[in-house]
Design a protein around this ligand. Sequence first.
Ligand SMILES: Cc1cc2nc3c(=O)[nH]c(=O)nc-3n(C[C@H](O)[C@H](O)[C@H](O)COP(=O)(O)O)c2cc1C
Length: 356
Amino acid sequence: MLTLQTKICHLLGIEYPIIQAGMAGGPATPKLAAAVSEAGGLGTLGAAYLAPGALRKAITAIKSATRKPFAVNIFVSKEKDDFSRLAEVQRALAPFRKELNIDEPEISNAADWSRQQFDICIEMGVPIISTAFGLLDNESMQAAKFAGIKIIAMTTTVEEAKLAEQAGADAVVAQGSEAGGHRGTFSLATHPDGAQIGTMSLVPQVVDAIRIPVIAAGGIADGRGLVAALALGAEAVQIGTRFLLAEEAGTHPAYQQKVIDSNEEQTVITKIFSGRPARGISNRFIKEFEKAGTRPLPFPSHNTVTRDIRTAAAQQNNSEFMSLWAGQSLRLVNDQMPAAQILEEIMRNAQKTLKG
Ligand SMILES: Cc1cc2nc3c(=O)[nH]c(=O)nc-3n(C[C@H](O)[C@H](O)[C@H](O)COP(=O)(O)O)c2cc1C
C-alpha cells in the first residue's frame, strides 16, 4: 500500500504521516497509543491529567505493548487558579448537582504536574513529547534535545508557530478551528476565546512562515483530508475525533453514541466546562449554564469545579452533562473499529483520492 512517507515520518520514525492526538481525560489510553504506533502511525498518550504515578504506569504499559515510537502529550499552561467568583459559579452549578443527586464538593487548587510529567518523560526515555497550551521553557527544551527526545508544539496562529520554532520545537501542529477539544491557543491575551482560524487557511500560512515540519489538525478524518493537508504543505496530520471510536480508546459509550448520532451543525466552542475554549457537541449543560448568564471561572479552576458533575454524569450514563469534545467532521466518524483499521482505511482512501 501507498505510504505517503514525508520527511517527518523519518524524523519521528513512523511509516504513515498520521498522528493520533493525545486526548486527555480518558479517550487516549496506553492501549490506543500502542495500537496506533504498532500499526505504523504515531500513537499519543493523553497524559495531561495523569498524576505522576499513573503516568509512569501508562508509559510502562505502552512500552510493553510496542517497540515503535510513541508520544506523550502534556499541557504547559501558564494559567493560574482563580477562585474569586467561586460562590457565584457554584450557585449556577447547583441545579445540575441536584439533578445528578450529588453534593457540592470541597474545592482546592488544581495540582500542577506539568514539570513532573515532563521529567518523567525524560527519565523514562519517551521518544516524542507533544505540548499544548504553551511552550516548554529553554531549560526543558535543552534537556529534551540532550536526551534525543523530539518536541511537537501545538499552535493556532502563524505567530504562535514562529514562537514554537524559535523556542526549539522539532515540529508544530497547526490546529484549525474545526478541531475537537481545547483550542491550543497560548496567545490568550490576543485571543481570549482561542484563535479560530480554519485549517485550510492556517496550514499553508504556517508552512510559509517556518522551516520546521507542520502537522495539520482540525476536521481531518479520512484520506481526502490527509491528501488535502499534504497538498497545503503539511507533512502529517493529527487526528482526534476519528479515534474516539477506536476499539482501544477509553471514550465513554454514551459519548461514543453522541459522536455517532451528531453532525457538523451540532458542535460549539465553549468555555463552560473548563474555563478554556474547547469544541464539543452541544448538550444541556452548555445550553443551561450559558442561559444562567454566569461567567465560568478561568482555566484550570473551572475545570476543577465542574469535575464532580462530569464524573457523576459519566457514572449515570448521562451525556447531557458530560464534556463531549469533538471536531466538525462528525459525519465522517460513524464506525467503531480497531485503530489499525482506521489507519488502513485512511491510507486506502488517500490512495483512491490520489488516483482519482
Ligand atoms: C476528545 C478530545 C480531547 C483532546 N484533548 C487534547 C489534549 O489533551 N491535548 C492536545 O494537545 N490536544 C487535544 N485535543 C485536540 C487534538 O490535539 C487535535 O487538535 C484535534 O483533535 C484535531 O481535530 P479533530 O478532532 O477534528 O481530528 C483533543 C481533541 C479531542 C477530540
